[in-house]
Design a protein around this ligand. Sequence first.
Ligand code: UDP
Length: 340
Amino acid sequence: MKKILVTGACGYIGSHTLVDLLGKGYEVLAVDNLANASEAILEGVERITGKKIQNHNINLSDKAATRALFVEHPDIVGVIHFAALKFVGESVEQPLRYFRNNLDSLLCVLECMQEFGVPNLIFSSSCSVYGNASDLPVTEKTPWAEAESPYARTKQMGEQILQDVCKGDANLKVVLLRYFNPAGAHESNEIGESPLNASNLVPVITETAIGKRASMSIFGDDYATRDGSCVRDYIHVMDLADAHTKALEYLLAGKNANQCEVFNLGIGEGVSVLEAIHAFEKVSGQSLNYTIGPRRAGDVIAIYANRQLAEAQLGWIPQRNIEDIMRTAWAWELKRSGKG
Ligand code: UDP
C-alpha cells in the first residue's frame, strides 16, 4: 500500500480527503497540531472507512519533529500538505503569525521531502492568489492581482517557493490546487466542518439557523455584482477530496507534463452571498435571520473558476452543487448540535 503523509489531517478538507484516500486503497500518515481542529473527527473517519487512524500531533514549523516523522516513516511516497492557517479576516489582524506559520511549515516539509527523497507533493493553494481579477472566470493563466490579505499572500508566496524549488530539484513533482470556496459535509453525516470560531459563510449560515448565533451579517451589499453581495464559487468538500486523490494519482503515474502544475478547483459558477443564503433557506426550510453589514477587509468582490484544465488533465468533474452543499452542511450542523 502506498503511504501518503497528510498534513492538517484533522482539519476540514484534510479529514474528508482521508476518507477518499482510504476508500481508494492508500495508507495515510496523519499529522495535525490541532490549532484549529480536533482528533475526534478521526472517529468519524473510522466509522465511514472502518480504518483507525492515529494522529501525530506535530507542529510542522518544528524542523526536528518533522524530520523525526520522516525518519520513522521512510516509505512515504507522497505528501498532501493541507496544514495552514486559513482565515482571511484573522490574517489581516495577525499577519506575522500567518507568514511565520504558513511559510515555515511549508519550508520544513519541503526540506524533509528533499532530504528523504520523497518526490510527490500536493499543495493547498487558493483562488485568493488571483486577488480582484478583472476577467472572470479565472483560468490558471489569469495574472495575479495584488493579494487582498496576508493569508492570500502566504498562498502566492507558497506557490512561488514551490515553483523555484522545482527548478532546482529535478526529482520534485508538485501539483498546486487552487481551491475556490470549500463547503458541505460527507454524505454519511459522520464528518463535516467543525470550526472553533466559524467565520466562513456556510458554517456561519448553519450556526445562525440552529441558534448558536442570534443573527448573521452579510458583509456588504453595495459591490458591483448582480445583487450587490460578493460572488464566490462554492465547491463541495467531497468533490475537492476526490480532486486530491486524482492529483496524487496523476503524479504517481508520471502523467504530469511539467514538474509543477496548477489546477483550479471550483464548480465554475459564481454564487452571491444572498443566493447562497436563499439556497440554504430552500433546502433547509428555515428562514435565516440576517442583516446587511459593512464590507469585510480583505474580501475580493467576485471570483469563480474556469475548471477545464482539471477536467482535461485529472479527469475531475465536480458532482455536487450549492444545494448539495447546503443540504449536507445543514444535516451536519443538526447532528453536531445534538438536534439531528
Ligand atoms: N460572508 C458574509 N458573512 C459572513 C461570512 C462571510 O457575508 O458572516 C461573505 C464574505 O464577505 C465573502 C463570502 O461570504 O464574500 C465568502 O466568505 P468566506 O469567509 O466563506 O470565504 P473567503 O471567500 O473569504 O475565503
